[in-house]
Design a protein around this ligand. Structure first.
Ligand code: HAM
Length: 444
């Protein structure tokens, strides 16, 4: 007897095969973000303004690597600074080198100045950079872990007019962006002035330890100037009576600072003397300043739109010859926030003048060539080549407010013509394909 083969059981899918796996999209890293096309007009306005201001004041653009030796910032920004202590993206690469994502770029520019022999060129060297910086800070409004700076440096001159030029450039930058900002300025003198002042400051705060926040108790030992920079309400109230550095400046330091202020007076640039601006980076000497947005609520700790100042010892500390310098870095993310808060309308981009429409495959092939012909002649164009329906294309042209539609279908390809449609009047005319550039020049 021939046995009937046992019916094969239908394969049973494993449960995970029947339910489609949900694929997780990797998330953007905390404190980092995508800057979307809707914000592009603000970013473009910021970049174009930075470029224009740099050109107007004679700065040359330079690019330095985003990755630098960690040591560069430890030696310049300072071991006890928040940046180096807590915020650096540092790691060891596969060669065993300790590298980091740059938290700022002043130190990079000084490294580049020395390494590329710029000290041998006419002084001072005026350099500017645009790009991302990285700090593993606590994210909040206006504080990101990847953020952008425009950075302007004048390296190779100790005159107070250089400080004033840097401030003037920054003033112009924010003014041309349409941001109403105010300047907070101070001098932290020479290292000798600061040593004397710090002794006085520590003595004063020691008797008031109970009123200090935990962070400031550490600062009292490690970095006493930062006591003045604390954002805690209690510490802010206390500092109002603390000794002020301006009273501890030597005569030459005072003269330098007065000269800077006189230049600003001459330029009619208003400023506020702020004895609590000490800056969180170790390399500063003499003039230090920040700009804050004028719309900011005074009861809160205001966030700085930019920070800058003189750093006469940094080049030497990094192995160069003694070289005085001064610079500033406007924060672009914060500039964009300020533009929005102050209802700045960034300049509009040129509107398309012509919509190129097509019908059928032959028409589409001619249309892409027609677009190119007109683009090369300098017209601003738009299209919807991926759409087939003429109605959809005309709707799209209408939506974009384009004054003229050029249409090519099979017939026009055969006749070597193009239909010009005036979108306002609805009038149409047929013109020779080879004369289209001159025809359109008459119309737009
Ligand atoms: P900074 O004060 O550390 O100075 O930074 C300058 C500006 O960058 C700040 O005023 C702020 O607008 C922006 N910024 C800083 N951290 C963040 C963040 N986490 N998120 C968003 N924006 C931020 C410097 O970096 C110095 N290198 C400035 C300088 C140039 N000094 C002399 N030359």
């Amino acid at each position: 007897m021939i046995k009937k083969p046992a019916a094969k059981a239908a394969p049973v899918a494993a449960p995970e095969e029947t339910t489609k796996k949900k694929i997780k999209t990797p998330q953007v890293i905390r404190g980092m973000r995508d800057i979307l096309p809707e914000d592009e007009p603000y970013w473009r306005h910021a970049y174009e303004t930075a470029q224009r201001v740099a050109d107007a004041y004679g700065f040359s653009r330079i690019e330095t690597p985003i990755v630098e030796p960690e040591e560069l910032f430890v030696r310049s920004v300072g071991k006890a600074s928040d940046i180096v202590e807590k915020e650096m993206y540092s790691f060891q690469d596969s060669d065993g080198d300790k590298i980091c994502l740059r938290p700022e770029v002043t130190a990079s520019l000084c490294r580049a100045y020395i390494a590329n022999g710029m000290f041998a060129k006419p002084q001072p060297q005026k350099l500017w950079v645009w790009g991302p910086m990285f700090r593993h800070d606590r994210p909040q409004a206006g504080r990101y872990r990847q953020f952008y700076q425009a950075d302007f440096e004048i390296i190779g001159n100790a005159s107070p007019i250089v400080d004033a030029q840097v401030i003037l450039l920054t003033w112009t930058f924010f003014k041309e962006l349409g941001i109403n900002a105010e300047i907070r300025i101070n001098s932290i003198g020479s290292p000798e002035d600061r040593t004397r002042y710090k002794m006085e400051l520590v003595q004063w705060y020691r008797t008031r330890k109970k009123e200090l926040c935990e962070n400031c108790l550490k600062r009292l030992v490690k970095n006493p100037l930062r006591l003045l920079d604390c954002k805690e309400a209690g510490c802010r109230a206390l500092r109002a009576d603390a000794p002020q550095i301006l009273d501890w400046l030597s005569a030459p330091s005072k003269a330098h600072f007065m000269a800077v202020l006189e230049y600003l007076d001459e330029l009619e640039i208003p400023y506020f003397l702020d004895p609590f601006i000490v800056r969180g980076l170790d390399y500063y000497t003499h003039t230090v300043f920040e700009f804050v947005a004028n719309d900011a609520d005074d009861s809160k700790a205001q966030i700085a739109l930019c920070g800058g100042g003189r750093y006469d010892l940094l080049v030497e500390q990094l192995g160069g010859k003694p070289t005085a310098a001064c610079g500033v870095a406007p924060g672009i993310d914060r500039a964009v926030l300020a533009m929005k808060a102050q209802n700045v309308v960034p300049p509009a981009q040129p509107k398309p003048q012509i919509f190129v429409a097509q019908l059928g495959e032959q028409g589409r092939r001619r249309a892409i060539a027609l677009y190119e012909k007109l683009r090369q002649a300098g017209f601003v164009l738009t299209e919807a080549f991926s759409k087939e329906s003429l109605k959809t294309q005309l709707d799209s042209a209408n939506e974009k407010g384009v004054p003229f539609v050029l249409l090519v279908g099979q017939r026009e390809v055969m006749d070597n013509t193009v239909i010009i449609r005036d979108m306002e009047s609805g009038n149409q005319e047929v013109v020779d394909y080879h004369k289209i550039v001159s025809e359109m020049k008459k119309k737009v």
